[in-house]
Write a protein that binds this ligand. Structure first.
Ligand code: GAP
Length: 514
């Protein structure tokens, strides 16, 4: 675990050093849980968004996109339930004056018990070697049996308190389990209170009578309130989907793990409108399809798992998360939710406008049901970054840091390098750049030794390096070096485009989804 934390720290440092992610407002000491994307980060992020957008809208002829405004009529958030119920349970420590999410304090406490269990298991595994039977050990070792019993008891109390919205129950767990503030080390806790996560601001001048508006906490409501517009103007027939990528804002209290939980982040959401009664079939479809989209990137099938929700929101009749193995454990990257007709019905009620679909096949009108797929761009970025990072020992005692980014997502697709800065090699290299740049993000690099230049490109995940040497001037061939294998082949300049395109294009990646 500690080793994984070290790796994570290195990934965060690497992201900054190589222009992927910077803390926001850094010269003013930063702004908590807000980040900026640098020159390489923005390219990687745009490529992730393009992969999602094209997979949704190009590969599904019944899905179209929109781009709705961040500001929306405040009644939308009343109708959606966010004004009344988009809350976190918070608790303060009177000594440190720090504020925590009560549920996170308890979850961390449960994780600590899990760590103790794992430690005992690992100790025993070492002691017993090949003959070790983990299940038997967990059932018979008294210390571990007690830990497991304790964990289950806390977990049950926790689930019950969360399901019943029982704030006092949450506080009682914190007191009974003697959970201390990590800063002050004391148990001097206040009561638990609900805290709304939406940011609000004023629109219009106060003299005119201003209105409180919210920064949207999800992009989905922009889709719901445009359902009629898109259905009518696009003459869409159910089943159909509306996709959107955009910023969302949440006043997260426990903001940590880098870009995993941010206050300003980006979502890629798609609402798929279906006939009532058809929703479970479509829920199964999207659950399978979205995982296929993730796995096509080749980050490792074993790094994904579903987490089906036991506790459902009042409007949902099925929900699952796609979790990814981050260095700090399996974490939610995407949610797939069957939201019934809740949102459209609520907007019909609050707006007073009829939001119905006339189904010509059934010759009947109804409020469509909705399957939602909702993925955070930043979390996707983090999963790609973490699983791509490797510190690699090389032959001869050398080492390199390499990002094994999926080629279609890599910020730079190829770097062209003259072996030396003379004899016409830079000019020849520039000619190649000028040809390739129309189709691929291509860099020209002539500084430092060729070895150093390769390392620089490895560190930002560039799939191909093209080296121009004296032989190039004689026979029009260059060396093409592949990032992961470091293998170098001699190829004709005329063949470069096809060779690179085949490996790095989004087209090739999308074809895997057929
Ligand atoms: N419309 C449904 C919805 O917003 P959600 O589970 O609250 O559902 C969907 O959010 C996705 O948005 C999450 O799976 C996660 O990837 C991303 N997300 C949510 N809160 C986030 C935050 N504070 N920072 C970064 N990403 C976040």
């Amino acid at each position: 675990m500690a080793q994984q934390e070290d790796v994570f720290k290195k990934i965060v440092a690497h992201a900054k050093e190589y222009g992927f992610v910077f803390p926001s407002s850094e010269i003013y000491d930063g702004l908590s849980a807000v980040y900026d994307y640098g020159q390489n980060g923005v390219e990687l992020k745009n490529n992730i968004k393009r992969y999602w957008w094209e997979a949704m809208t190009l590969l599904h002829e019944n899905i179209v996109g929109i781009d709705s405004a961040i500001f929306m009529h405040p009644t939308i958030w009343k109708a959606s339930g966010h004004v009344d119920a988009f809350n976190d349970p918070l608790i303060d420590n009177r000594d440190s004056k720090k504020r925590y999410r009560a549920d996170v304090l308890i979850e961390d406490h449960i994780a600590k018990i899990d760590e103790k269990i794992d430690k005992e298991v690992e100790k025993a595994r070492k002691r017993f070697g090949d003959s070790f039977d983990e299940e038997m050990f967990k059932q018979t070792n008294q210390r571990v049996v007690d830990y497991i019993k304790h964990r289950e008891a806390v977990h049950t109390r926790f689930s019950e308190a969360m399901n019943a919205n029982d704030l006092e129950g949450l506080r009682n767990i914190i007191i009974d389990e003697e959970i201390v503030d990590p800063i002050s080390g004391t148990r001097n806790w206040t009561d638990v209170r609900q805290f709304n996560l939406m940011f609000s601001t004023e629109m219009g001048s106060t003299a005119d009578g201003s209105m409180t508006v919210y920064l949207r906490p999800e992009t989905a409501q922009g889709i719901f309130v445009n359902y009629l517009n898109v259905q009518k103007t696009g003459r869409m027939r159910i089943p159909f989907g509306i996709a959107q990528i955009g910023k969302a804002f949440r006043n997260e209290i426990v903001a940590r793990q880098f870009i995993f939980r941010m206050r300003e982040f980006e979502q890629m959401e798609m609402q798929f409108f279906v006939r009532p009664g058809d929703e479970m079939r479509w829920f199964a479809y999207w659950k399978e399809w979205r995982l296929r989209w993730h796995k096509a990137l080749g980050l490792g099938d074993e790094k994904y798992r579903y987490h089906d929700h036991e506790k459902l929101a009042h409007y949902a009749n099925a929900a699952t998360d796609i979790e990814f193995q981050m260095p700090f454990g399996f974490k939610e990257v995407e949610g797939i939710h069957s939201r019934t007709d809740f949102d459209l019905s609520q907007h019909e009620k609050y707006s007073g406008k009829k939001i119905q679909y006339f189904d010509p096949e059934l010759n009947a009108s109804y409020t469509p049901y909705v399957i939602e797929t909702s993925i955070g761009v930043d979390r996707m970025f983090l999963s790609v970054l973490c699983s791509s990072y490797e510190e690699q020992a090389l032959e001869g005692g050398d080492s390199r840091v390499v990002l094994h980014l999926p080629a279609a997502l890599a910020p730079t697709k190829c770097a062209v390098m003259p072996l030396v800065r003379k004899d016409g090699l830079p000019e020849k290299a520039r000619e190649i750049v000028d040809e390739l740049k129309f189709d691929f993000t291509t860099h020209y690099d002539e500084k430092d030794s060729i070895g150093k230049r390769y390392r620089r490109q490895d560190a930002v995940g560039t799939p191909y390096c093209i080296t121009v040497d004296h032989q190039t001037l004689e026979d029009n061939t260059v060396t093409l070096r592949e990032r992961d294998s470091m293998e170098q082949i001699r190829v004709n300049i005329n063949d470069l485009h096809a060779l690179i395109h085949d490996k790095v294009s989004l087209n090739s990646l999308l074809r895997k989804l057929k």
